[in-house]
Design a protein around this ligand. Structure first.
Ligand code: PGA
Length: 280
């Protein structure tokens, strides 16, 4: 039987390059429309840089219309009352994506609107919009990070049902504290307290998932997610039920608590062949 789950590890740069190559090979080895599910945060930054670079090199000489087959859909967004389309907050995910992966030529970019006065209605609309994009796509590939302590994926907090769809969420204290420390100079009062997130059930619909975790803070939760009983208390453990093609890409620090025999050396994986055998 074809293997559909790979654990790889390496330096931060090697891990990010590997994740970028999966996206690249998936895009160029799939037929038809390709939906790239993005995540924000620190983890994918290097991956996006690598992806944009390799994609640019590879796209040179290719028909210019390749962009017609590529769209991006973001997992989640904060709810930021008081902001507007013309006045996005400085921490805006929309801005972050516009300055990184959205710069790759594409035919559509989607994100929940953070400035909506009615988040529940926006969640409902985003659910429909996601469905329309899934209908458009022949292949949906999702990049995923993980919450340092509680194992959230997208903004699905512990306790979220594994079959959940797009919903409004009150962020828990762990997430607010982690995000305050990473992005808001430690000031928890500045972190938005609510968000709109794609559900766990939506994420599990992807054809390919690249789960990426970097740094020692993730070591313990990554082990819980993949090597302990799945539980709604650790949202990422839902990935144990995932039937698509899964790459768990870790740097050496995040990999510290995973048994060594779980890993396949990166150089032994023919990404293009693995992806195209899986998709075709
Ligand atoms: P990070 O966030 O990539 O900034 O560590 C991950 C997450 O909270 O999902």
């Amino acid at each position: 039987m074809q293997q559909n789950r790979f654990f790889v590890r390496g330096s931060k740069q090697a891990a990010s390059e590997f994740a970028a190559k999966v996206f690249l090979e998936a895009f160029w080895n799939s037929t038809g429309n390709f939906l790239f599910g993005t995540a924000t945060g620190q983890t994918p930054v290097l991956t996006y840089q690598n992806f944009a670079k390799i994609h640019r090199d590879k796209a040179e000489g290719e028909p210019e219309d390749f962009a017609d087959f590529l769209r991006f859909i973001q997992l989640d967004n904060y709810v930021s009352p008081g902001s507007s389309a013309d006045n996005l907050p400085w921490y805006s995910y929309e801005r972050e994506l516009s300055e990184s992966i959205w710069r790759v030529p594409n035919s559509g970019m989607y994100i929940p609107r953070e400035y909506t006065g009615n988040p529940e209605k926006e969640a409902e609309e985003y659910r429909k919009l996601r469905q329309a994009q899934l209908n458009w796509a022949n292949t949906y590939m999702q990049i995923l990070g993980i919450g340092d302590e509680d194992g959230h994926i997208a903004f699905n907090m512990p306790g979220t049902p594994f079959d959940s769809t797009v919903h409004v969420v009150d962020l828990n204290q762990e997430t607010i504290t982690a995000n305050a420390n990473k992005f808001f100079g430690g000031d928890k009062s500045l972190v938005p307290k609510r968000a709109i997130t794609t559900g766990i059930g939506d994420i599990l619909k992807a054809n390919i998932i690249v789960f990426e975790a970097l740094g020692s803070k993730k070591a313990s939760i990554v082990k819980k997610a993949f090597f302990e009983e799945p539980t709604e208390q650790v949202p990422a453990s839902a990935l144990q039920y995932y039937g698509g093609l899964l790459f768990v890409v870790l740097d050496d620090e995040a990999a510290a608590e995973i048994p060594k025999e779980a890993f396949t050396p990166m150089e032994e994986i023919d990404i293009a062949k693995t992806v195209s055998d899986f998709l075709n």
